[in-house]
Design a protein around this ligand. Structure first.
Ligand SMILES: N[C@@H](CCC(=O)N[C@@H](CS)C(=O)NCC(=O)O)C(=O)O
Length: 224
């Protein structure tokens, strides 16, 4: 089974953390030819990462991929057995997809000296998304229950992105008034099962940001 994409993408990282939580069973690679190649677009017309290929089966969309990984890989189940628990885990993932990733990604794309009103709107929306998570999060150090679920692997990318972009824009109060989120963030980052994958993700994000900064510097120098 192959997961295509870069760990600098929180959506790929979400899937890679899911593989880690299952105890392995899939390999990570960049797609030969890139995500805009005809071959890739034939498998994923959205032209985004991640893409999962498992024999004849291929699929985009990190949320769908994570559920597929949970169902097909050996290792501990990452969905609760009860229906209400399953709904809660799906709800947390959906809040990440709908209310945290979009405003945090728009904040990421805005320059530090960009339009102040647009930045403030993105900040308010990102904080609102974090508040929604706080509301539904367990107080156990796990997103739900007493073990890892797909909510932990999903929320790590979303909350991590929010933390990163708020840091870039010099915004404070990431966990202020969100005690469950603060406790969970510490616990998930120290989780022994996830740690090796978390370290790989950290390196990938750092290298990506350094590459981007070097490109921007070169562009600025060329423009005089
Ligand atoms: N909803 C998608 C989002 C995937 C996504 O936006 N991936 C970004 C990387 S963070 C991407 O591939 N962007 C490249 C592009 O849009 O050209 C998912 O959950 O997999």
């Amino acid at each position: 089974m192959k997961l295509y994409g870069s760990l600098a993408s929180p959506f790929v990282a979400r899937c890679w953390l899911t593989v880690a939580a299952k105890g392995g069973g899939a390999d990570l690679a960049m797609y030969d030819g890139g995500i805009k190649s005809d071959r890739y677009l034939a498998l994923n017309p959205m032209g985004k990462m991640p893409l999962l290929v498992d024999g004849d089966v291929s699929m985009p969309e990190s949320g769908v991929i994570c559920e597929y990984l949970d169902e097909t890989l050996p290792g501990p189940a990452l969905m609760p057995t009860d229906v209400a628990g399953q709904a809660r885990v799906r709800l947390l993932c959906r809040i990440a997809d709908l209310y945290v990733f979009p405003p945090a990604l728009s904040l990421l794309r805005l320059p530090k000296d960009g339009d102040a009103e647009t930045i403030e709107t993105a900040r308010i929306n990102t904080i609102a998304g974090l508040n929604h998570i706080e509301h539904f999060l367990a107080d156990t150090g796990f997103a739900y229950g007493a073990s890892l679920t797909l909510a932990d692997t999903t929320l790590h990318g979303a909350v991590g992105l929010a933390v990163l972009v708020m840091g870039i824009h010099g915004m404070s109060g990431r966990f202020e008034g969100r005690p469950k989120l603060a406790k969970w963030w510490t616990a998930v980052n120290e989780n022994a099962t996830l740690k090796p994958a978390l370290d790989e993700i950290e390196v990938s994000v750092r290298e990506f940001r350094e590459r981007r900064a070097a490109e921007a510097a070169t562009k600025k120098a060329a423009a005089g």
